[in-house]
Design a binder for this molecule. Structure first.
Ligand code: SF4
Length: 330
């Protein structure tokens, strides 16, 4: 995998996310804002990269509900909260579970400032802060395989067939790194024809160049499959909300930026973690509480301004959070 960050799939995944943030879609005019996240999915299936194609005006309106994810319970409240005060049971659809859980969600929503509440005797009344916008246009799932060998293609084939059959996303893709070879037709044979193949070329320096080796079919999430159409609509919105809240830079929340050896290095246009102790791009699993090389950053580091490379960890976290915020507001 020439020029891509190390040989870890993790680094390739981060570079793919950054590329998607800048350049999605690869095969059409851009009229949506890509909201990119990684390692999202359902209980049964997790995708490497998720691109939510967002309506620009809807995405701007979504900001009124804060930066964090609205989970299923909060969505139930904010999507149905009325413009005028009303008792919550008169206005929210029957949730299909006890109302006391809805009351708990209303209190959480109030604490997050995404709904207004007041008391009328024993009754809790609610009012919306703004209409919850229709901001999600399409959801695209991408599997990252920097080295698309025959066995990798076979293993991916089953997963992608499942994605195509379920049609929870509008499109599914495989992203792979360019080699001197063209993508072998035999490899494509192991992948469902509905899955697109994207080849990222790192030879030129800077961000990768992308080439579509195979165009995907458009799936139809409004049909019943193993999931009913309403179930899919709910799951898609929850997925989109998780993508909005976490973005793809949230890796820093599970890694150890507070370690003195933790650095960020620019690779193919993305900031990718680098471990100065082992002198390689560490994976998220390696850079955890159990890492034997971990050393806390010296307290003195926290008193000076710090560049992108190296500690202190809080500065790195702030930098990545700022970038995530900026991308949402494009
Ligand atoms: S030494 Fe371990 S914890 Fe520290 S940056 Fe390297 S991988 Fe992460």
């Amino acid at each position: 995998m020439t020029g891509s960050p190390g040989d870890a799939e993790f680094g390739f995944e981060l570079v793919t996310c950054r590329w998607a943030e800048r350049a999605w879609p690869p095969d059409r005019e851009r009229d949506a804002v890509p909201v990119v996240a990684r390692q999202l999915g359902t209980r049964n299936r997790r995708w490497d990269t998720v691109v939510v194609e967002a309506d620009p005006a809807g995405l701007a309106a979504r900001e009124a509900f804060g930066e964090r994810t609205l989970d299923a319970d909060l969505l139930h409240v904010v999507r149905h909260a009325p413009a005028e005060w009303a008792w919550y049971r008169d206005t929210l659809p029957d949730p299909g579970y006890p109302w006391r859980y809805v009351r708990a969600a209303i209190h959480r929503a109030e604490a997050r400032d995404v709904v207004r509440t007041r008391r009328d005797g024993n009754r809790i009344e609610i009012r919306r802060i703004a209409p919850y916008p229709e901001w999600v246009r399409r959801i695209v799932a991408v599997e990252n395989k920097p080295d698309l060998s025959a066995s990798a293609a076979r293993a991916l084939g089953d997963q992608l067939s499942h994605d195509v059959e379920t049609a929870l996303a509008d499109e599914v893709w495989v992203a792979t790194a360019a080699t001197s070879e063209t993508v072998e037709p035999a490899l494509l044979e192991d992948l469902p024809v509905e899955a697109g193949v994207l080849v990222l070329d790192f030879e030129g320096g800077g961000g990768p160049d992308a080439r579509v080796a195979w165009h995907p079919a458009t799936l139809d999430p409004t049909t019943d499959t193993s999931l009913s159409a309403p179930e899919k609509a709910a799951k898609r919105l929850e997925l989109a909300e998780r993508a909005y809240g976490s973005g793809w830079r949230s890796y820093v929340e599970t890694m150890r930026p507070d370690c003195r050896w933790f650095e960020l290095r620019e690779e193919a246009g993305a900031l990718v973690p680098w471990c100065a102790a082992t002198e390689c791009h560490q994976t998220a699993a390696e850079c955890s509480g159990s890492c034997p090389e971990f050393q806390p950053e010296p307290p003195a580091w926290r008193t000076r301004g710090w560049p992108i490379e190296g500690g202190p960890g809080k500065g790195i976290q702030r930098l990545l959070a700022r970038r995530r915020r900026r991308q949402r507001r494009r």
